[in-house]
Design a protein around this ligand. Structure first.
Ligand code: S3P
Length: 174
């Protein structure tokens, strides 16, 4: 992995598709690093005082993306933070650029079927759809995920083990 400057080492952004485990791994990683953990979706909901599903239903995806971009900037300071982003956060160029400039991005990757299975019981993801549509969405986003600083296979290990692996692989994280 390329050398990362001190300030960027103190912001870790977990990126990846729905069901990749960004929240569970992020919580473990934050505990390990003694950083705070912020789940971007929860932050958007708190700010808007509405659920993600309500925002999508009432205002549509583009308004959601605006709120998401704003929340991302608001939570980045102070440093010392692990951010669990949303599956579509990287679809906006401005977000990719912001994440790259301010922190380290870790792509939690897993086979699509594993991620779909993990989302099966979820009722709060408006973009959850049948397999062909999930496949298309994932394919659309692959290039953005591939731009992350590091890719981790998140399909087998438990969140704590994945967090430990991230700490061991990112130079200077601890
Ligand atoms: C989305 C993923 C969700 C949430 C919103 C949109 C997406 O986050 O931000 O429903 O575009 O893939 P998770 O990846 O945490 O499910």
């Amino acid at each position: 992995m390329a050398i990362i400057d001190r300030d960027r080492q103190r912001r870790v952004y977990l990126v990846g598709f729905m069901g990749a485990g960004k929240t569970s791994v992020g919580e473990c990683l934050a505990r390990e690093l003694r950083f705070r953990f912020v789940d971007l979706d929860r932050e958007i909901e708190r700010e808007a005082a509405r659920t993600i599903a309500e925002i999508f239903r009432d205002d549509g995806e583009s308004v959601f993306r605006r709120l998401e971009a704003r929340a991302l900037r608001a939570i980045a300071d102070p440093a010392g933070v692990v951010v669990g982003t949303g599956g579509g956060t990287l679809t906006l160029w401005e977000n990719r650029d912001f994440i790259h400039r301010t922190g380290v991005s870790i792509w939690l990757d897993a086979p699509l079927d594993v991620m779909i299975e993990r989302c099966r019981l979820s009722d709060h993801r408006p973009l959850l759809a049948d397999r062909p549509r999930m496949e298309a969405l994932f394919a659309d986003r692959l290039a953005a995920y591939r731009g992350a600083d590091l890719r981790i296979d998140a399909s087998v290990d438990a969140p704590g083990a994945l967090a430990a692996r991230i700490v061991s692989l990112v130079p200077g994280l601890r």
